[in-house]
Design a protein around this ligand. Sequence first.
Ligand code: NAP
Length: 304
Amino acid sequence: MAADRSAPGAPATATGTAAVIDGRAVGARVRERVRAGVAALRAGHGVEPGLATILVGEDPASELYVRRKREACAEAGITSFHEPLDAATPASELAALIDRLNTDPAVHGILLQLPLPDGLAPGAITARIAPAKDVDGLHPVNAGLLAHGSPDAVVPCTPAGVMELLRSAGAELAGARAVVIGRSTLVGRPLASLLLGADATVTHCHSRTRDLAAVCGEAEVIVAAAGVPRLVTADMVAEGAIVIDVGTNRTDEGLVGDVDFEAVSRVAGAISPVPGGVGPMTIAMLLDNTLRAARRTAPSAAAP
Ligand code: NAP
């Protein structure tokens, strides 16, 4: 399956032969679409979309992520409510905050920044968030709806962003052989469900997969989400395949993905870089999920 290299968002720069899928450009279009949707919801239905961000502790990376998410909300016209909590906050207090936000009509989405400090179980706390406000899509109800192929599922942001990148690259997913590397609840599993929902023929790989190279070599679409620097090498990729790199690995050489970008660019049809690929999509899709959650509170607001 050839990538449509003239597709918007498929890329300003190319290394070797592959079109480079520009996540910053695709993410900016999603953000603009959300901004317009927020304005229309406010004007037409009087709904002011609101996102609550909960940050427990003072991890600098988490603080930065939350700040970026709040800045992105402001640009899109989404009101954000920040709830910083001390690292020693007991689970009962965090649960009480979530209960309050669950019933606050000004809050349409609740984002609990992970990881949580030791002693707070993320699974139990995530499950406390009302599924309709679970804009990270991590609640078991949303995971179940997605696995059932329900359009009512709130889709986790990173996998949703991967699907946007594939669309921007002109990927024809119906019938295509797609390989997902990684089976986390955050990325790999929901992504496999989304690709299946798009009628791809999905092979799901993980650390116990035998001969990953042979499995990948058959694929027209490869999504790498293993957290292993340069796991996917050029000899594993069929000519013309579309390769999306979710990996974000901090190494001595800086930030690298799960794909050997330089070498794979010479065989793939299209490839997403790290940084500048999936990363910018995650926040964009969080805004999109918040808008969708707000729309659901105004039943007459039709989704575009
Ligand atoms: P995770 O929970 O650690 O899961 C990693 C998955 O990869 C597991 O299923 C594991 O298999 C599999 N795996 C590990 N080594 C492998 C190997 N050698 N061959 C095949 N499969 C292998 O990680 P995650 O949360 O899904 O994240 C994956 C990567 O994406 C990380 O680099 C993370 O930083 C990045 N990420 C980026 C964004 C973004 O916004 N750009 C968002 C989320 C995550 P087992 O199940 O068998 O252990």
